[in-house]
Ligand binder design. Sequence first.
Ligand SMILES: C=C1C[C@]23C[C@@]1(O)CC[C@H]2[C@]1(C)CCC[C@@](C)(C(=O)O)[C@H]1[C@@H]3C(=O)O
Ligand SMILES: O=C(O)CCC(=O)C(=O)O
Ligand SMILES: [Fe+2]
Length: 463
Amino acid sequence: MVRRRRREVSPEIEVESPSSAVVFDAELLNREKEIPARFVWPEDEKPTPDADEELKVPLIDLAGFLSGRPEASEDVARLVGEACGKHGFFQVVNHGISPELVTAAHRCVEAFFSMPLREKQRAQRKPGESCGYASSFTGRFSAKLPWKETLSFRFSPSSSLVQDFFVRTLGDEFRHFGEVYEEYCEAMNKLSLDIMEILGMSLGVGRAHFREFFNANDSIMRLNFYPPCQKPELTLGTGPHCDPTSLTILHQDDVGGLQVFADGRWKTIRPKVDAFVVNIGDTFMALSNGRYRSCLHRAVVNRDAARKSLAFFLCPALEKVVAPPGRLVGPASPRAYPDFTWSALLEFTQKHYRADMKTLDAFSQWIQGTLRKQEDDFLSLALSHSISGLQGCRFLRGARVKLWSFHAFLIWQRAPVAINGGGGWWRRRPRAPGEAAAKGKDKGCLLPHAANSTQNSIKHWLI
Ligand SMILES: C=C1C[C@]23C[C@@]1(O)CC[C@H]2[C@]1(C)CCC[C@@](C)(C(=O)O)[C@H]1[C@@H]3C(=O)O
Ligand SMILES: O=C(O)CCC(=O)C(=O)O
Ligand SMILES: [Fe+2]
């Protein structure tokens, strides 16, 4: 039995840490009369038996847009815009991706997850990392465990990350898997950049804006495998959540299980072999300044058949600043979220917070709280060194006012790196054990700061 421990990371956010890793072996678990308590979801999150109603999502035909017909593109942009303002889900057909590639990708899912556990564990996901094999999340969470196995890996355009992942973790015999998923991810990348053009048109910021923003991207591909379960009414394959990422392109096999929370109830998106389900994630919600919605969804499991889905999560390059274009901000639509980097949000979901329906709000509060603490530390540092003029402190107060600016965010991410005062820029030198704090004009642990570019950027974010 796993005992539940809670670790505080901030006054608002707690993460669970299981005391021991237990293996999720669905075949074994299905021989038991009951499923273990850790897989049983609380009453208010359990699957609803009456969620048969279908979610009405537009079926967007991309043929006209892809062949460059302007009127077709306008229609597509309008339909996508309507869906994204409501629930953020739509489907695309005639997307240009070969059905053979999709079939090959599903075959490899089947082949990978039907291997013995020991084999799959060669690609085991490590704590705090987003990639690798996970049998449920037994080593990660202690309750509300999902009834699924996943294999996740990174993708970046024109790189060999995918191929390298398979060969490095599973060996040279898996080169073919690497080739299939490399090709699949390249196709997903192309499709998601096309969709970014459509989103740009629909938001009135031009076709190029979001395409260019995501041209370089650090995306995640995830293979989901949901084994059958003898008590599907008690558990979930994927719990209720909004994707923290930017855009998700999902292909589900013919079993079905994807549900979206719309108009106050759970509705189903039935599988359609020639369609991809697309949805807006939290990061795009922030990029659109809250105009487009990242919507709550989940995956249910069933008694009879294993289910597979392929999820491509488009994400920005890790250090790219996520901020809406100026056109989407104004007196009537002030900034809805602070600037952030995808690397910070990804780390938040992997180390501090289990992604759910409130991830973006929790993250926004968290970075602001952390930033405030960093400012205070920075302020104490400046004070403890008694720099004449203490311009650093003045700047810091300014930075707190500019909490919503990326430059202030940098303070949280990188600071304290340097402060300004006493007629120059100073960087911190770690104090030796037992070394006293500096007094008076003596700069003590502060060394003159050399790097000009850093100085400039610091001036930029402090002033
Ligand atoms: C950045 C991510 C976190 C999750 C995978 C993903 O790449 C995008 C979606 C996230 C997730 C699927 C949302 C539901 C909860 C979660 C824990 C899961 O059930 O898989 C999430 C993923 C995660 O591994 O943290
Ligand atoms: O498998 C599905 O249908 C949905 C999975 C999902 O929502 C996710 O992986 O983020
Ligand atoms: Fe999702």
